[in-house]
Design a protein around this ligand. Structure first.
Ligand SMILES: Cc1ncc(COP(=O)(O)O)c(C=O)c1O
Length: 391
């Protein structure tokens, strides 16, 4: 047999999937994988059933149906403040992941470097590597319970091969919500070195404590060099539907769309028709979601603190990246992987070991990520189990 393509050599089952397998084996509660077990809003389900029953089974345009692109363009203007030209600035794809892949294929050559901020979302690094693009991790600094961007660190990481910076806001796994000063400093570097900026804003509706989600592309002069990636998976609890999008200046969106055509032809048609018919959802949907996640965030943080972990309330998204604190080094807590196994075996609760989010796995050894996007009774039980076992 001829060998596999070299790009697959480093591919392994992720820690996240391995943890899922282990926790299912013991019938435990999975706070590891970032999947939300809440129901998709009824209006979206009903409109999609309707679309399925009334002949929406054929390919859509490669960049998505005009109704859904119009709805996204309208939301990009009114919610995100992005100066989009119109629906032609939007590419609907199979999840924001599909949009990210098409963007990577559109903008980068093998050998290019893309800066991302550590701790980072593993798929960003993995998808870049798969295309021969090198992810360069710039650590965020944690001070006073907050993860901060330091422009000097970014400046030091830029080389002649750097082609883009990638910002995740609100961030998985840190929960960091980038503020205006940080984004302006980042764009100053991007302009100085003529870099693209890719932004992942999939958690844009989960921003706590009166903070405001600021879309990088809404800053003066930023739109021209920015590809904004987002989707519906997290906001509407529909991770398995696989609908997301990229928003970019028309010339960029056109190419991303053409690549999207070659990678997947189009996103699932009935789901696009159904979602477009159901959008926009009323404001109180988003308000209620945020209120629910705020309560869940407190439950999670309090339980982790009661267990002796270091847990700061995240500014956004739905993860707590906890420090092992005083437990690190104790038997069963020698490092993050050992701690994860101990939590599964002793409490029947799974999390993700920190090394998944760091370029040098050793840097993540003091951390565990807990996802609180769970039905409230399930989350309460998980918290009780943790506190009973380790509190
Ligand atoms: C930061 C981030 N981006 C993207 C995704 C995946 O989004 P989608 O389902 O739209 O592909 C996730 C899922 O966990 C995520 O955490």
């Amino acid at each position: 047999m001829k060998p596999f393509a070299a790009r697959t050599d480093a591919l392994r089952q992720s820690d996240i999937r391995a943890v899922t397998f282990e926790v299912n084996r013991v019938g435990g509660i999975n706070l590891g994988q970032g999947i939300c077990d809440l129901a998709t809003p009824a209006p979206i389900v009903e409109a999609t059933v309707e679309a399925l029953q009334h002949g929406s089974q054929i390919y859509t345009a490669y960049n998505g149906t005009s109704d859904l692109r119009e709805a996204v363009a309208e939301k990009a203007r009114s919610f995100n403040g992005i100066p989009v030209e119109g629906p032609e600035s939007v590419v609907v794809s199979t999840g924001s992941t599909g949009a990210f892949l098409a963007t990577v294929l559109t903008l980068f050559e093998p050998g290019d470097e893309v800066v991302l901020f550590e701790p980072f979302y593993g798929y960003h690094a993995g998808i870049l590597r798969l295309q021969g693009v090198e992810p360069v991790a710039v650590p965020l600094a944690k001070t006073g319970g907050r993860w901060r961007f330091e422009a000097d660190r970014l400046a030091a990481a830029i080389t002649g091969r750097t082609k883009a910076v990638l910002v995740c806001t609100p961030a998985n796994p840190s929960g960091k919500v980038w503020d205006e000063g940080e984004l302006r400093a980042l764009y100053a570097e991007a302009e100085r070195h003529d870099l693209w900026v890719l932004t992942d804003e999939i958690y844009e509706h989960m921003v706590y404590d009166g903070r405001r989600h600021l879309s990088p592309a809404s800053l003066d002069g930023a739109y021209e060099r920015t590809v904004t990636l987002s989707g519906f998976s997290k906001t509407f609890n529909m991770t398995g539907w696989r609908l997301g999008y990229a928003v970019a200046p028309v010339a960029v969106a056109e190419k991303i769309g053409l690549v999207n055509d070659l990678t997947t032809i189009c996103a699932p048609a009935p789901l696009q028709h159904g979602l477009a018919a159901a959008l926009p959802l009323p404001d109180d949907y988003y308000e209620q979601m945020l209120a629910d996640y705020t309560v869940k965030r407190t439950l999670m943080v309090d339980a982790l603190r009661a267990c002796g972990f270091e847990a700061d309330p995240p500014e956004g998204a739905y993860y707590v990246l906890a420090g092992l604190g005083e437990r690190l080094g104790q038997p069963g807590f020698e490092d993050a992987r050992a701690a994860t196994t101990t939590l599964i075996e002793t409490a029947g609760v799974a999390c993700v070991p920190g090394p998944s989010f760091f370029a040098d796995p050793a840097d993540g050894d003091g951390h565990l990520r807990f996802c609180y996007a769970k039905e409230r009774p399930v989350l309460e039980e998980a918290c009780e189990r943790l506190v009973d076992a380790f509190g």
